[in-house]
Design a protein around this ligand. Sequence first.
Ligand code: ATP
Length: 447
Amino acid sequence: MRMSSNPSLLIVDDDISFVRAAAEIARSISYDITVAGTVQQGEIWLKRETFDLAVIDLSLPDGSGLELVRACTRSGTDVVLVTGYPSVETAVEAIRTSLLDYLVKPIEPARYRALLESVAKRRSLPPPVAEQGWHGLIGASQALGMMITQIRRVAPTDASVLIQGESGTGKEIVARAIHAESLRTGAFVAVNCGAMESEQLASQLFGSESSDSGEGHGMLPGYFEQAAGGTLFLDEIGEMPMLLQGQLMRALESGVIRRNGGRSDIGINVRVIAATHYRTDRGHGSGQLRDDLFYRIGEFPIAIPPLRERSDDIVPLANLFLSHLNQRHGGRKSFTGTALEQLRRFSWPGNVRELRNAVSRAYIMAGSDTIADPLGQIRITTPLEETPSTLTIAVGTTFEEVERRMLMKTLEFFGNDKTKAARALGVSVKTIYNHLAKYQQNPAQTG
Ligand SMILES: Nc1ncnc2c1ncn2[C@@H]1O[C@H](COP(=O)(O)OP(=O)(O)OP(=O)(O)O)[C@@H](O)[C@H]1O
């Protein structure tokens, strides 16, 4: 997997002198270069990596360069076909496919260089994030643009991705974007590893079979099977019990799983994306993950910065959340410039989720169509700083949100010990798990 930020070029040609000349020009404009001499080698490289540009000879020792064009198009790689023997048929065939250009040898260095420069320039710009966002990701910050570039690069590969970010930064939305941009046709299945007890999580992940059942009976396919050909999103992987982490590691390494109580192995074709709120930059922090699993799932790490570190995203997000509320309630409310500035300067410890809640609260509390002081409610009603053992709740917060925040804060206070949290809240451990599972199934209602 390439980690360099240089543009990348794949040259597929068995003509050594052409390869040398083409590579030299590309290197002079900082391209990372990979060379393949046959269709088969080209296919292997295209499966392994995503390139910005591929320069492919039409006649290769084992077939036509056209055979590689589809794989390139699928992964968003621009293609330039070259030929030493131009003919009308090959030209027509080449034009029918989606090419950046079609060059005849000996190629003009100036034209080839211009092509390389235009691809490199286009790739270095972050893709535009339209008003409705890119796969639901809204924002205008450079950090978001860079994240989108990373997503586009890694999505078509099979690399496992580890997303790190504070709560509410958008880890699930990023995981969904990777799945949507991948070539995987199966389902996206999300599971919160901290929302279930160990045994339940094991049978949900790997499925279960009861031994005394008749044919087809008592067989419950788990999340791995449900995500066949698709993506399994393991949220809060650091909460997964150690024993289960070992089981997961073995499944990922061997490519097979066995249902609980089952007798045969089942092959899995699943791309795993994991997420954690622990910082993963200094080692992997608090020892929540087995070393081998950390390295196995962290092939391609993506760090989502907290909202306070990408304040250019705040205004577009706030405006979008407000326009959703206007649409839902038939309103015409808008923020004043000062209001938007106030939102921009706030630190948003609960990140995008907290911003969305604040916009809802401001919408409900606003006496007119103009919202001038969206944080007024927070300031008036939260004179106290929160501490690890206190929770501050603003007027206008829904019961559901109060319940959720109380539960999460209590769990945090007791170091995620569900038994202690349940005792403190006067409910059963099962109730805690039920709520966590509900938050996982209905994320829209949780914030
Ligand atoms: N860039 C963004 N654009 C639009 N909406 C966003 C963005 N980032 C986050 N959101 C929204 O914020 C909310 C929280 O996002 P999400 O659930 O993906 O966060 P998370 O990091 O997975 O949170 P948690 O760790 O608490 O599960 C969701 O409603 C999501 O749609």
